[in-house]
Write a protein that binds this ligand. Structure first.
Ligand SMILES: *[C@@H]1O[C@H](CO)[C@@H](O)[C@H](O)[C@H]1NC(C)=O
Length: 241
């Protein structure tokens, strides 16, 4: 993959992760942080340390990696100002869902070695697997990891990542809502998240709606400049519950 400036631009605007909080009524209240996904599928990729320096140079303080990549985690050592979200790979969910001991082993191998000098703030269980055939494996793994970080008193939030297509409507943000199909697997997860006051993550791509209809969708929507468009990224999670 070549990194033309145009491609880099698209990369940044298409890989924003929205971390959403919701209040007790089940309504998402605010998009309180914007981070960048650090995808590693491609060739001719810049080295992890170059990527991290690039993120720092544009004041990105949150990074999400899709799996516990040792090269990236090692490059992040000492950069404690960057809050890191580490994903549990989808293909590991089945084994981990079946055994709390395996979850402890996963943590000991993939997270523990970095705790002293990497600011791991989130572990996400699965990427866009809810709703779906392996979606039901998310909750038991989240529960085991939640138990583990709680018993160790670690400041790590356990969550999952859902796809934008779970939003029945995404524009304007204030009218956004999840689909009824997502409900069965999503609601038990949201109950656990509300017990631990942890946000859910949604992969959203506001650049694409903007690009397809730049006349009626404001550029500020694509860049989260919510004050300018007089609305907030608000999603009524329980409208269909
Ligand atoms: C680590 O990340 C958290 C966000 O999860 C942030 O509040 C904290 O300031 C970061 N630590 C440092 C040393 O910057």
């Amino acid at each position: 993959m070549l990194y033309s400036p145009k491609k880099l631009f698209l990369f940044f605007f298409s890989c924003i992760v929205l971390i959403v909080n919701y209040n007790n009524n089940g309504f998402v209240t605010a998009a309180n942080s914007i981070g960048l996904n650090y995808g590693l599928l491609g060739d001719n990729l810049p080295s992890p340390s170059n990527v991290i320096n690039l993120y720092k140079s544009i004041d990105i303080t949150k990074i999400r990696i899709f799996d516990p990549n040792t090269e990236v985690l090692n490059a992040l050592r000492g950069h404690r100002d960057i809050a890191v979200t580490v994903g549990v790979r989808d293909q590991d969910l089945a084994a981990l869902a079946a055994s709390e001991e395996d979850v402890k082993g996963w943590f000991a191998t993939n997270i523990e070695p970095y705790l002293s000098d990497v600011n791991i703030s989130f572990i996400t269980v699965g990427n866009e697997v809810i709703p779906g055939p392996i979606g039901s494996q998310v909750l038991p793994v989240m529960q085991s990891l939640t138990n583990l970080v709680k018993s160790r008193n670690l400041p790590i939030s356990i969550s999952t990542v859902v796809a934008m297509w779970n939003l029945e409507q995404s524009y304007p943000p204030s009218a956004g809502m999840f689909t009824s199909q997502a409900r069965e697997q999503l609601v038990p997860v949201l109950k656990l998240l509300s017990q631990t006051s942890t946000p859910i993550l949604v992969n959203i791509y506001p650049y694409f709606p903007y690009a397809s209809d730049p006349v009626s969708i404001p550029f500020d929507y694509a860049t989260f400049n919510t004050e300018a468009i007089g609305t907030r990224w608000t999603i009524g999670l329980f409208k269909h519950v």
